[in-house]
Structure formats: C-alpha cells, structure tokens
Design a protein around this ligand. Sequence first.
Ligand code: KG4
Ligand code: ZN
Length: 355
Amino acid sequence: MMDTLTFLGIESSCDDTAAAVLRGSAILSSVVEGQTALHAAFGGVVPEIAARAHAERLDICIEAALDQAGVSLADLDGIAVTAGPGLIGGVLSGVMCAKGLAAATGLPLVGVNHLAGHALTPRLTDGVDYPYLMLLISGGHCQFLTVRGPEDFSRIGGSIDDAPGEAFDKTAKLLGLPQPGGPEVEREAAKGDPKRFAFPRPLLDRPGCDMSFSGLKTALLRQRDALVAAQGGLTRADRADICAGFQQAVADVLVEKTRRALKVSGAKVLAVAGGVAANTLIRAGLQRVAAEAGADYVAPPLRLCTDNAAMIAWAGMERFRMGARDGMDLAARPRWPLDTTAAPLIGSGKKGAKA
Ligand code: KG4
Ligand code: ZN
C-alpha cells in the first residue's frame, strides 16, 4: 500500500543540513541543522562554507533522523534527495551522500526539486488535493505556482529580482539589525508608523503577477541616508518607522499580486510556504484575499514551511509512486525551474540560484 512507504529525505541546497524519515504522511523524524552562525560574519551565505559544513554534517544528521524515527536503513523503501536548484556545492554533497547510501543498501534513489518539496508540502501537512495555488516566499524564492501533480507545475508569476526574504534581510543589514532580517524587521515594524515614509509598491501598476523587490531597498537606502545627512544619525523611532513602511510595502505588493494570481488560476486553495509566510502582517493579508476569493488558506507549520528534509522525503514518495527512479547518473543542478515552459525569471540571490 502506498501509504506504508518509508522514505529518508536529504536536503542540503542552501544553508540548512537536513534529514528526515517519513512513513506515509507521518513524520517520524525531521532534523534540521542551520548554519546561521557559520555565515554570520559575512552578511550572507558563503557557498564554500555551506558546502563544507553539509559534507561534514550530513551523515550525522541522517543518523540522528534514523535514530529519532526508530528505524534502520533496512526499514526504508527509498531515499529522496534534493538534486537542485541551489548552491551547487551543497546540492552535490547531498546527492553524493544519497548515492553512496543507495549503492550500499540497494535502495531506490529519487532526486527531488527543492521547489517541488516546498510546493507539495500542503499535501503532506493538510492533505490538500490537486490543483491548488502555491505562493512560495522565502529568502531565495518568490513565485506563484499552480500545482496540478508531483511533476506538473505552472508558474504564473514571480519576482524578477530579489526574493522578499532577501529584501527583509537587506533592509535589516542597512539598518544595522542582525540576520536573518525578517523577524528583526517585523519586531521593529511593530513599534513604527507605516505611513511616515512613502516607499514604492514596485510593479503594482503593471498587469500580471510578476513582482520586484530590489527597488524598495534602494528607496530605503536613500531614505536612511537622507535622515543621516539631516540629523547625523537615525533615532529608534526612525528605524522603526522605516521598518514599518518597508514591511507595509512588501505586504501590499504580495497581497495585491496574490489577489490577481487567485483570479488567473481560479484555484480554490491558496497555500503558502517559505520563511516570509511567518510574517504576521503578510499572513493576515493573504488570508484576507483568499477569503475574498472564496479560497481556503493553507499555511503549513513554520518548521515545514522553511527548509527541511521532510518535504523532500514527501516529494520523493510522490514521484516514486508515479514510477520515478533515479540512477547513479542523477545530476546536481544549480538551476532547475519547476515550470520549464515559463520564461526564466531574472536574478540570482545570495541565498542561492533561483528557478
Ligand atoms: O524559507 P526560509 O527559511 O529559507 C529560504 O530562504 O529558503 O526563509 C528564510 C527567509 C529569510 O530571508 C528571513 O529573513 C525570512 O525568511 N523571514 C521573514 C520572517 N521570518 C523569516 N521575513 C519576514 N517576516 C518574518 N517574520
Ligand atoms: Zn527553500
């Protein structure tokens, strides 16, 4: 029976080393080791440091995941691994590790697109049926996808430059707040006035579901520098007001573009994934437009919204049930768009290659 499949998932495409064991939709274990501390001094993810850390920690994470799940390699039906898109050194570490395990045990190997992992998570957590609309908003991703099957995605819009999480992170950096910037900016914004500074709402005046967030950062930089020039520095209130204005601009863009995407796709379910979906203002706005469109709103718990290996095991099982098997020639891919028919989006952020 398909629900009794037991799969190991492996994820190493960015700055989280993760391993998980799933039995059907039951998450027996999900181990995620972040690398924030390793990259903190550099103001962003350093690919070489990430790849080395993955190579050093993957087997430890896998052992921990098997241990916590109370299963051994012999209990598994297959191994799913992120084969892209992402920072190539990290993806390679995971793929090589998975190939080694598959070769040693004879278990089937299934390569998974990291974005498919995110996009299929609502099926794991909430049993959502196809088709549905997925909004992926994280530090490295920003796209609307109509999800029709484990390998059937249509992208109906996305960021043409920075991902929103990246914009939050850059904003934090410009204001001297720690990384990752999202939660810090949100905390500051709670104390600020979103109306004091008029930040742009990029691409809102243009039709379609594409977005842009890099201009916001420039506007913010100009505002900061103007205040510094006029007053010799920023007050706490200035910083809070800038954060509030920025957050409101991002939320307005995401909410309006989601309204359009719901219309274009006609979907009855709006699902979100990615760290930015943790933002209270953004979440409330998305919930509101979903309700307006008569669609259900599904937001998996944050630990499954952000990078993890449970989503990779799940996506691997979905592909496996369709008959997918990969061999020792499984390639690690820095770029791997889910929708190969859509025009490529521009841009490649610090958090990794975008698709
Ligand atoms: O999904 P995620 O953990 O990792 C990937 O990028 O794949 O997302 C991390 C991003 C970071 O850029 C972080 O600043 C942002 O999500 N983030 C937030 C919040 N919490 C995390 N952005 C806005 N508001 C938040 N509360
Ligand atoms: Zn991700």
